[in-house]
Structure formats: structure tokens, C-alpha cells
Design a binder for this molecule. Structure first.
Ligand code: DGL
Length: 275
């Protein structure tokens, strides 16, 4: 049988491009399909039911595009929908296909970055309120002290390209100080939303030498490589091809311009309408 499977990457909008970029760098020989649900972003402040519906639709769309493996490159979807989809829906819809999230791979190495043992986490309201990072880190690195801060305006600022504005910078600066007010000894900050690396240079300026900023993309990419080495039954179904197809639920001209800036290479996406 000729392998035809692709790897799907799903996000609420532009954020997953930061993960896709790292995955393609680490695993350049596969074919990928990216879907950004920009028209319905932000997900961060939406209900469990809505995010579950959107994530399931995104996954099904990517399966229909020929993906054997889908990465939820969205913390909010990983926190709120992944487990239900893996346990309840996947065995029924496509028992041989797989869906993986970004939370577990992002927590496994975090202890190796901190010296003070105090780790800060920036995330969406949905991710922070789900306590997924707290629960995961309590299992993996129980000695760490973890401080979360929800930044509900960051994804809208990024999706609307307003983060460079004076108001945008003020909002970001206020959130940064609110995290460090929880504990000035925080020396490692995890960007637990795939949109946030897009404003990394602003965060670096604001955080200075107080803490190291950790992005998820490289962590997720290495863990995916390890996953494929462990799961030859999945790896053997993936086509070699280095092709990437992009889809967005927004207007494609709007998506293409910003996505090209973020991804660092020309992107031409196709618009699709989900329900
Ligand atoms: N990139 C998504 C995440 O990692 C953003 C969620 C949103 O749309 O608010 O959580």
C-alpha cells in the first residue's frame, strides 16, 4: 500500500503557524495541511461546548483532507476538547487516526529551564481556567511553583494586528507585570498559547532579563518526532512530499498577508466555510 497520509495542524487562527514552522523544520519530509479557524477566533473565552464543536469540526475537516494525524496546535482546544475527542469520538469516527495536543509536550521539559523553581505561564482564559497546565505539571514536576496569568486580550490583538499600537503595548505590559507581581522570582515563562510567540519580541523587551521565555513550537516538534519514531504504524502511513496546504475560515487575502509575515515564507490559503 502506498502511504498517502498527511499531518494536519489545527488552530483557532494564526497561532498554530508558530508550531507548524517548528514542526516543518524538525520534520521536513512529510506533507502537511494547516487549518486556521480565524473567522471564529478567539477561542480563549468561549464555552467548553463551543470549543469542542469547533475542534471536532476542524479535526474532521483535516481528516477529509487526507490527514492521518492531527495536531491541535491550540492550547485552548487541547485543554478543553482533546481528551473527549480522543476517548469518545476518535474510536467511533476514525479508530486508526490520531489527534495529539500541545500541553503534555510543553510541560515535559519545563523543569530543566528554571533555576528558582518558579515558573510563570501566560495563556488564554480557557487554558488557565481549565487548570490543565497545573495538573500536568503537578504530575511531571511536583516541586515546581507554577503561576498562571490569563491574557484575554492578547489573541484579539494578534488576530487584529493591533499589538504594536500604544494601547496594545499597554495591555501587554500590564499583563506581564501582573504575572511578576505574583512572584518576582519567576525565572521561566512558558507561552502557553500558540499565538504568543508572534509578540515574543515585545515580551522580551518587557520581561528583560527577569526570565527566559519558552515557546511551544520547538518542544512540540521534538516530541512529535519522538512520537513518530515510537509509532511506526503511524509513520508508515505518512506520505513523503514536503507539501503544505493552507486553509482558513476567514477571507484568504486577509489570512495570506499576516500568515506570510508570521510564517516567514509566502502563504496562499484557500477559504473554507465550516457550518
Ligand atoms: N492559539 C490558541 C491557543 O493556543 C489561541 C486560542 C484563542 O483563539 O483564543 O490557545
Amino acid at each position: 500500500m502506498i502511504a498517502q497520509g498527511k499531518i494536519g495542524v489545527f488552530d483557532s487562527g494564526f497561532g498554530g503557524l508558530t508550531v507548524l514552522r517548528s514542526i516543518v523544520e524538525e520534520l521536513p519530509d512529510y506533507s502537511y495541511v494547516y487549518f486556521g479557524d480565524n473567522a471564529r477566533a478567539p477561542y480563549g473565552n468561549k464555552s467548553f461546548d463551543l470549543i469542542y464543536d469547533y475542534a471536532l469540526e476542524g479535526m474532521n475537516f483535516l481528516f477529509n483532507q487526507g490527514c492521518e494525524l492531527v495536531i491541535f496546535a491550540c492550547n485552548t482546544a487541547s485543554a478543553k476538547a482533546l481528551r473527549t475527542i480522543q476517548q469518545r469520538d476518535l474510536p467511533r469516527i476514525a479508530p486508526k487516526k490520531r489527534v495529539l495536543g500541545v500541553i503534555r509536550p510543553s510541560t515535559e521539559e519545563i523543569a530543566s529551564y528554571t533555576q528558582s523553581g518558579n515558573v510563570g505561564i501566560f495563556g488564554t482564559e480557557g487554558t488557565v481556567n481549565s487548570a490543565s497546565y497545573l495538573l500536568e505539571l503537578a504530575k511531571i514536576s511536583p516541586l515546581l511553583s507554577v503561576y498562571q496569568h490569563a491574557c484575554p486580550l492578547w489573541v484579539p490583538l494578534i488576530e487584529e494586528r493591533q499589538y504594536e499600537s500604544a494601547a496594545g503595548r499597554m495591555i501587554i505590559a500590564t499583563d506581564v507585570e501582573q504575572l511578576f507581581n505574583k512572584n518576582a522570582k519567576i525565572d521561566t515563562v512558558l507561552l502557553a498559547c500558540t499565538h504568543y510567540p508572534i509578540i515574543k519580541s515585545i515580551l522580551e523587551e518587557l520581561i528583560g532579563d527577569r526570565a527566559k521565555i519558552i515557546e511551544q513550537g520547538p518542544l512540540v516538534a521534538v516530541k512529535l518526532k519522538e512520537y513518530l519514531m515510537r509509532h511506526s504504524e503511524m509513520e508508515s502511513r505518512l506520505v513523503r512530499g514536503t507539501k503544505i496546504d493552507f486553509f482558513t475560515s476567514e477571507r484568504s487575502d486577509y489570512f495570506n498577508q499576516h500568515a506570510t509575515d508570521i510564517y516567514g515564507a509566502p502563504i496562499t490559503a484557500e477559504h473554507i466555510q465550516l457550518s
